[in-house]
Design a protein around this ligand. Structure first.
Ligand code: F42
Length: 329
């Protein structure tokens, strides 16, 4: 069983975003994940706006973090989203984007522990409990959401952990209902799934989501051109272990990084076919289907097309709805 979600950045106005989420819903996508960075529009406000303009698609931050938002704030926000969306809320949470924290003077202290404690507090608050939590990082004393008792299925809001590293993946397997892995290639899931299992994930029910860089078009060349800028950023920011896993020659990586020092177009020009294969699902519908099939065989249960989705986003969503999703029904 595989479902399809879709990722949108919180960098466009609510009205435009709600229209594109609505189109996604009409095209059979089951989840819309909205990114969360302090310098973008507020993810929860956008999600609330979208909830009022959609009917069935599940909605969640993908992913929020416990550094710019506290656990009680997150519990209240997700409970509110659950209420306004008639039970369609999902919570994606991860350790957050280090590069943006530096600008806020936030130290990325003990990210794995911080996510663990935050998820624990959130789950207890959603269960309408009085929470007295004595963690290594957070403490609460009889904290309680006063409106939560009105929402009988609130404790069932699924929690997805954004994770790439082995410790975060282990934690996701331990405390999550699912994981959002920022990856597009089966090799990454060959690494991730044992870590999820080691954390205790029951793969019969646990949702393994591939948060992909995706580019679909009627013509392969158009799909590749749209994917290149995103792949350039991924290559420039990937840790050595990930680049080695995909056997990207260090000289090629340097060419992209040096390209960025000159101009964006130099960086894009340095992106190779192997990089696109490693870090994106890219091509015609048939080519994208082949890769999705490999991912599903590797254990992926939710495929999430993310930036750029395609050179023409509306056409891309229609292609996903017409040529991809029906093959998995
Ligand atoms: N970040 C955002 O800020 N906004 C987004 O919208 C967003 C979306 C998103 C979607 C999917 C996804 O997978 C990630 C996404 N992210 C987003 C990024 C996410 O928030 C994380 O930055 C990203 O997933 C990287 O996480 P990671 O799994 O690599 O974990 C980091 C913390 C890491 O280094 N983990 C290591 C590991 O092995 O997992 C361990 C780190 C470690 O050992 N830390 C402590 C230490 O002492 O060094 C020990 C452990 C402890 O207790 O903390």
């Amino acid at each position: 069983m595989v479902t399809f979600g879709i990722e949108f950045l919180a960098n466009e106005p609510a009205e435009k975003l709600s229209e594109i989420v609505r189109l996604s819903e009409e095209n059979g996508l089951s989840y819309a994940w909205i990114t969360d960075h302090y310098n973008n529009r507020d993810a929860f406000s956008l999600l609330t706006y979208i909830a009022a303009r959609t009917d069935s698609i599940k909605l969640g931050p993908g992913v929020t973090n416990p550094y710019t938002r506290t656990a009680p704030q997150l519990a209240s926000a997700i409970a509110t989203l659950h209420e306004v969306s008639d039970g369609r809320a999902v919570l994606g949470i991860g350790p957050g984007d280090r590069t943006t924290f530096e600008k806020l003077g936030i130290e990325w202290m003990r990210p794995v522990r911080t996510v663990r404690e935050t998820v624990s507090i959130i789950r207890q608050l959603l269960a309408c409990k009085k929470v007295s939590y004595n963690g290594e990082i957070f403490k609460t004393r009889e904290a309680k959401l006063d409106f939560a008792t009105d929402l009988s299925d609130l404790p069932d809001v699924p929690v997805y952990i954004g994770a790439q590293g082995p410790k975060m993946l282990h934690l996701a397997g331990e405390v999550g209902d699912g994981v959002l892995v920022n990856a597009s290639h089966p090799l990454d899931f060959a690494e991730a799934i044992p870590a999820l299992k080691a954390g205790g994930a029951d793969l019969a029910t646990f949702d393994v989501a591939a948060y992909t860089s995706f580019s679909i078009a009627d013509r392969k060349d158009d799909a590749i051109s749209a994917a290149k800028p995103v792949v350039a950023f991924i290559v420039a920011g990937s840790p050595p272990g990930v680049l080695e896993r995909h056997e990207i020659p260090p000289g090629d990586v340097e060419a992209v990084r040096n390209g960025f020092k000159k101009s964006f177009s130099d960086a894009i020009h340095a992106v190779t076919g192997d990089m696109i294969d490693a870090f994106a699902i890219c091509g015609t519908p048939a080519e994208c289907m082949d890769r999705i099939e490999e991912l599903v065989n590797a254990g992926v249960t939710q495929v999430i097309p993310g930036s750029p989705i395609g050179p023409d986003r509306i056409r891309a969503i229609r292609l996903i709805g017409e040529d991809i999703i029906p093959n998995w029904r």
